[in-house]
Design a protein around this ligand. Sequence first.
Ligand SMILES: N[C@@H](CCC(=O)N[C@@H](CS)C(=O)NCC(=O)O)C(=O)O
Length: 243
Amino acid sequence: MANNNTIILYDLVLESGCTISPFVWRTKYALKHKGFDLDLVPNGFTGIEELTNGFSDRLPVIVDDGHWVKDSWEIAEYLDEKYPDLPMLFEGESHKILTRFIDDWAWKTAISPWFRCYILDYHDLSMPQDRDYVRTSREQLFLGGEKLENVQAGREERLPLVPPTLEPLRVLLQDTPWLGGETPNYTDYCILAVFLWTASVAKVPPLHDDDPLKDYIDRGFDLYGGLGRHEGMHNLFGLPKAG
Ligand SMILES: N[C@@H](CCC(=O)N[C@@H](CS)C(=O)NCC(=O)O)C(=O)O
């Protein structure tokens, strides 16, 4: 059993102390869902390998009573396997398969376009010692060598294109409070992580004030004593209507 019901989580944070990584966000929710207390170790983008003694160059990483686990998906599976008597994150294999589909849909539909709308904000909000690395790695790995400034430029034109693509989620949530039914599960945490990531970096809002998703997002951010609330986060609502 976890030491004092507490699990260590290596967190990936911005200068404000707010978690940025969607993978860390969903791991935070997964740990709280299981009822654990978090012993958070905040870090930036650089020095992860040294910090974890070579265990990983990516976060999240958890340490459960001396046992190290990396990768958000593997952490969720580990938690259900090790603690089957605590509330389950997944309800069987088919739930995992469908969650992968929904997660992939959300990344392609929301994170992918928003990444290009907020990448300079992402850089500017990161810890000062991380900014050179964030710039170089993002420009080279994800942006085909384009400058962050050029990628983010013109976002006013692109931001209004994203909310209509989220309609399948709005329609689904008309009939259920959570994707998990009466209570949230790991599918909800994957979707909420998309909005949590966005709120951590979005200096201008991506969603309209009257978006019906607001109710779900607010309830999600409020879970576990306001786990998704941090003073460094930005308002997601307020995107001007066209015309
Ligand atoms: N598949 C991994 C991905 C983890 C990942 O890519 N984390 C990013 C943050 S979103 C990271 O640690 N980046 C460090 C870097 O950019 O060097 C998971 O699900 O945990």
